[in-house]
Ligand binder design. Structure first.
Ligand code: NDP
Ligand code: OXD
Length: 311
């Protein structure tokens, strides 16, 4: 079994060592483009994150691309044979991190901790009127692996939770909205909007003026999916006109976020560097190695991407 590793922004050696332990006897190496005139070494499977087109052009015998992330938008931009499977990470320790991040952001806004921080800096002892939890419903765009876990975790704090997805969901205590026809009703019921959709042609720019202005007055946005979901100027406008109260943004159209970008210094926006749910090496290696073994045993595996649907 031959596996090639091609992940941008990740040191290869600890991953290669982990796969050698998880799959004894495997031939695994880090991809380097073959020199002109040199025959490339071809693998059966690849472990990838955002590989260049030249990688796929060269690796012509691949059966499976195992993505070391949940989102496959970067991979789907590449040209590849229809027979090549893309397999995404299913959770692998990401859903609990995502739940921590989103709950932290929701609670920080709900309990007005930013105001208490300012008061503390000014040594001011001053209470704020509690917000009614029943009026503070959280709406999650996307109810897949991450969105459904976030929904269940938010419920433990007794927030009203709604989800919106392509197909209806049955999560106890959570109201499910589905399809384009139910999006306006979902938005109207939402005070805090959490985005956990995959980036596809259908979802790109979904966080736009038309949709943001349908949220409840004083709405708050938490974008933890992809930067290209958000029309950035539309968020700035909704904050400037007072319809929205703030946003916590983990993902951006351009990453790293450029130094001069307005989001860095905006008083109502909190920026984090695409860190809400990090890929965890041990969990990811265990999951991918398990899937490779399942492939050889002729078993079905979770996380096969539907290339037409885009996730
Ligand atoms: P899943 O594929 O498990 O879930 C996607 C959800 O989105 C599903 O509920 C799906 O509906 C819904 N959906 C997709 N397209 C539409 C549409 N057109 N209309 C309505 N609903 C739609 O993905 P994950 O939960 O694992 O991950 C979600 C995204 O989070 C990833 O694609 C990635 O971009 C991002 N991410 C960000 C990270 C970060 O650190 N910031 C880390 C990890 C992931 P249905 O269930 O009906 O198919
Ligand atoms: C992912 C990510 O998609 O890290 O997994 O953004």
């Amino acid at each position: 079994m031959k596996i090639v590793f091609c992940c941008t922004n990740t040191k290869a050696e600890p991953w290669l060592e982990g796969f050698r332990q998880a799959l004894p006897g495997v031939d695994i190496w880090e991809w380097q483009a073959a020199q002109p005139g040199e025959a490339p070494k071809l693998a059966d499977h690849a472990v990838v994150w955002s590989p260049p087109q030249s990688f796929l052009d060269e690796q012509t015998q691949l059966q499976n691309l195992f993505n070391i992330g949940a989102g496959v938008d970067a991979l789907l931009k590449l040209k590849m044979p229809a027979s090549l499977n893309i397999v995404r990470l299913n959770d692998a320790g990401m859903s609990v991190q995502m739940a921590e991040y989103v709950c932290h952001a929701v609670i920080r806004y709900f309990r007005e901790f930013d105001h208490y921080d300012k008061d503390a800096q000014a040594q001011r002892w001053s209470y704020r009127k509690p917000t009614l939890r029943a009026d503070f419903s959280v709406g999650i765009l996307g109810a897949g692996v991450l969105g459904s876990h976030v929904a269940k975790t938010l419920q433990t704090f007794e927030f009203p939770v709604n989800v919106w997805s392509r197909s209806p969901k049955h999560i106890e205590g959570v109201k499910s909205f589905s399809g384009a026809a139910q999006l306006p009703e979902f938005l109207k019921a939402t005070r805090v909007l959490v985005n956990l959709l995959p980036l596809t042609p259908e979802t790109e720019n979904i966080l736009n003026s038309e949709h943001l202005m349908q949220l409840q007055q004083g709405a708050y946005l938490i974008n933890v999916a992809r930067g290209r979901h958000l029309v950035e100027q539309d968020l700035l406008d909704a904050l400037a006109n007072g319809h929205m109260a703030g946003a916590t943004l983990d993902v951006f159209r351009e990453e790293p976020l450029p130094q001069a970008h307005a989001f860095w210094t905006h008083p109502q926006i909190t920026v984090t560097p695409h860190t809400s749910a990090r890929t965890l090496r041990e969990e990811s290696i265990a999951q991918i190695a398990g899937k490779i073994k399942a492939v050889y045993a002729g078993q079905a595996i979770e996380g096969r991407v539907d290339k037409v649907r885009g996730y």
